[in-house]
Ligand binder design. Structure first.
Ligand SMILES: Cc1cc2nc3c(=O)[nH]c(=O)nc-3n(C[C@H](O)[C@H](O)[C@H](O)COP(=O)(O)OP(=O)(O)OC[C@H]3O[C@@H](n4cnc5c(N)ncnc54)[C@H](O)[C@@H]3O)c2cc1C
Length: 407
């Protein structure tokens, strides 16, 4: 087991990238690209570049004016509410399209809050017959033979980011054409994303698969060619599995569902440790609160972040580097490597304050400590019943009018 170690992150971005690479030699994947440098300052820069009017017109195109805010929102460099207020002030209700997309993130998070780890199993019976083949090496290595899909996988691996439409196409191809187990594919996908988020990711895969939607998501060549600007199709020589009309594709891809219950997947337990009776308090900084403006940074207690293998062992190199960028702006935070309970024991800490999270791994890790979970503001302050959380459309019926009337 690795001994605990307090680290000092270099001020310089490039030095920091090398430092993290040396610190986690086992981390897989590419270095963080400069356009994805982490931290609140980068998030604010990207926010200032948002163009909600162009977004409404072209967000479905691969070269559309999307915000690239997802890794920053995911790690708490900036909050959904900050983006909401900014966009509403600058564009008013002309930003409706963007506000609705922001609401998708809030929606998935609320489902996670209510359902917890159940989102890692099938939420509903599939509406078509699903197969559960293992994720192939051809997909993992971007060797499917289809320039579009291989291109998306290469971008994912190189950058840790994919446009939303490409995520949908790739997920649909993997689940419905290759008949892969959606959960294995979702785990693989999430482990490569800079914005990897159990709620948005796993529930989106279920939306594509039809275990959290009323029908499976699929697409044809005409649609892909249009929204990619022919980038892959123009010179493609592959036998295209998408080149058909929707009726023919549906008949080829889908068979009648045969189960009346969704598949359940086992959840690996998180190791538990003895409780502590120390009265010393600290702020526990986790991966959803990596913004210098987080209100808990104002508390008069030590602030501790731990690169704990229980939480981050499988994260790719670029994501660890992204987190290090964020932490380097948070001057008051002590950064440690090792096991959380050992760090807290070493510091004599027995009580914690932290930001609430639906992440049950973090909840289990902190269970031995008296922990105050500070709530995170929802996108709009309205109660959404569990019934409404069954579909985004029902959630939006309630949230949409408030969101468009707010600010
Ligand atoms: C299979 C699949 C897996 C996905 N996995 C993730 C994930 O792990 N983490 C993640 O943050 N998003 C995920 N998404 C949602 C979406 O693709 C990304 O949030 C979006 O592409 C991020 O790019 P952007 O910031 O430029 O988005 P923009 O289009 O500029 O949208 C602005 C913000 O709105 C939110 N948003 C937009 N669309 C969605 C959506 N469909 N669902 C949830 N939030 C949305 C995001 O926070 C995003 O940053 C997934 C979608 C699919 C289909």
């Amino acid at each position: 087991m690795r001994p605990i170690q307090k680290i000092k992150l270099p001020h310089d971005h490039v030095e920091r990238l090398h430092f993290i690479k040396r610190l986690f030699p086992e981390a897989e994947g590419a270095d963080l690209r400069s356009e994805w440098a982490g931290g609140r300052m980068q998030a604010i820069k990207k926010l200032n570049e948002v163009d909600a009017i162009a977004y409404a017109k072209n967000r479905n195109f691969l070269n559309g004016t999307v915000t690239h805010l997802s890794p920053y929102l995911r790690h708490g460099c900036i909050t959904l509410n900050e983006v909401l207020v900014f966009v509403k002030r600058r564009f008013g209700n002309a930003a409706e399209n963007m506000l609705m997309q922001l609401a998708w993130r809030d929606y998935w998070r609320q489902v996670w809050h209510v359902k917890g780890n159940a989102i890692l199993s099938e939420m509903e019976p599939a509406k078509v017959k699903l197969d559960y083949q293992p994720l192939s090496d051809a997909v993992r290595q971007a060797k499917t033979g289809l320039p579009c899909m291989d291109g998306f996988i290469q971008t994912l691996t190189r950058e840790g980011y994919l446009h939303n439409h490409a995520r949908m196409w790739l997920a649909s191809y993997i689940v419905h054409h290759l008949k892969t187990d959606w959960r294995e594919a979702a785990d693989w996908f999430e482990s490569r994303l800079l914005d990897g988020d159990l709620a948005s990711n796993h529930l989106s895969w279920q939306w594509v698969a039809s275990t959290f939607s009323s029908k499976p998501y699929y697409f044809n060549k005409e649609s892909l060619a249009r929204y990619t600007g022919q980038r892959y199709c123009a010179d493609c020589r592959a036998a295209c599995p998408f080149d058909d009309n929707y009726e023919a594709l549906s008949a080829r891809l889908f068979k009648q569902a045969t189960t009346e219950a969704g598949k359940l997947y086992a959840i690996s337990p998180v190791p538990m440790h003895a409780s502590s009776d120390s009265k010393a308090i600290a702020v526990f900084v986790h991966d959803e609160m990596l913004g210098a403006s987080n209100l808990l940074m104002q508390k008069p207690f030590p602030k501790i972040f731990v690169f704990d293998p229980v939480l981050y062992e499988d994260w790719p190199l670029n994501r660890l580097q992204f987190m290090a960028d964020c932490l380097s702006e948070m001057m008051s935070v002590e950064v440690w490597v090792g096991h959380t309970h050992e760090v807290l024991q070493h510091k004599g800490v027995g009580q914690l304050v932290t930001q609430d999270t639906p992440n049950l791994k973090i909840k289990a890790l902190l269970k031995p400590y008296a922990t105050r979970w500070e709530p995170v503001a929802k996108l709009v302050n309205v109660e959404i019943s569990e019934q409404r959380l069954k579909r985004f459309s029902r959630y939006w019926e309630k949230v949409g009018p408030v969101l468009l009337g707010a600010v």
